[in-house]
Write a protein that binds this ligand. Sequence first.
Ligand code: PLP
Ligand code: TYF
Length: 408
Amino acid sequence: AFDHVSEAPPDALFGLMAKYRADEAPQKVDLGIGAYRDDDGKPWVLPVVRKAEQLLRDDPEANHEYLPIAGLAKLTSAAQKLVLGADSPAILEKRAATFQTISGTGALHLGSLFLAKFYQTPEQSRPVLISDPTWANHVQIFGNVGLKTDTYPYWNKATRGLNLDGMLGRLREAPEGSIVLLHACAHNPTGVDPTKDEWKQIAEVMKEKKLFPFFDTAYQGFASGDLAHDAWAIRYFVEQGFELVVAESFAKNFGLYGERAGCFHFVGAPAPNAAEITKKVASQLAILQRSEISNPPAYGAKIASLCLNDPTLFAEWEDNLRTMSGRIIEMRKALYDKLVELKTPGDWTHIINQIGMFSFTGLTPAQVDKMIGEHHIYLTKNGRISMAGLNTKNIQYVAEAIHKVVTE
Ligand code: PLP
Ligand code: TYF
């Protein structure tokens, strides 16, 4: 029955990780996967997460029961405040609904499923517009539920910054009602975010063209170290009266990658019947969630919930976030300084201007091949490096390798 099934290519990123693991060179460096590493290149369990884990272990009431369909209520309410702001009118007016999901990927999936069922027209006239480039998984997540995807320009190769004119131009000519996927902060893979003024221009065009914002926030607090700053764009769009959805991941900001903690948020537009609409939407989300996963995983949710709801743990979490974002920003500066010192041809200021987990270096596919093949430094084909893979021990080696592949 399955003779027609063709072999799909392996996932490029996971393939790169396997290649790195198999490499026996002692000097090898992993700049592929977007996961935080400490200065020894090791995964970092946040100290605040260790504390929360201990609290869970010591709790005689703790058990392994199912969570409700919408997830752990203490987590979803705290997550809502984290993203929208505690004093958000959307929360006060009861027009926000939140479901705990299987990390950010699951939130994107639940959101796309909901939109495919309740927002898409029979003619499929409302495509999902996704930045070019974007996180490798976006296109297939939306495609899987039958949503048509298209792209908007984002990256300006010449300036290694945002192509705002290209982006706005594409949004202006998009079919009315199109869904626009926006990275809330720390754009993956480019590390380039719109400024506040640029976000305002994006919002203006989207309002004019009645476009629907779908925010993906996988790096809140991880980008700048400031939770409110990293949520600014979402809060601005809410303030502007948009109806919107948000996919939120706790993988990076809590270092809970494998525990799959995240949330999906629906925010209704301000209107007299908004609370009623939101209640109905939540009832449909519950049906979708039940049929897809029954109920979300508990362990990571309990940990994140402890940290978000206890003021002392929350403050410690913010401190841990500053440790991670601070080290990454230091590595940006260090890599930039070394390339300047080596007089590597080209302008490398984009490395310090970009933000978050990644830097889009501008290295060509041929240069990337050399980085991997000759220097055992692993990065994705598009020239993206995970800044967290750099540390005080390997940065000189990496800078020299970049210098070599650029000048050879
Ligand atoms: N969205 C973006 C832009 C990401 O970079 C990631 C992770 O790298 C995710 C979503 C979701 O990841 P996860 O499902 O592990 O939360
Ligand atoms: O872009 C990256 O490096 C990450 C990798 O479940 C990733 O997106 C993200 C989610 C996930 C596994 C790997």
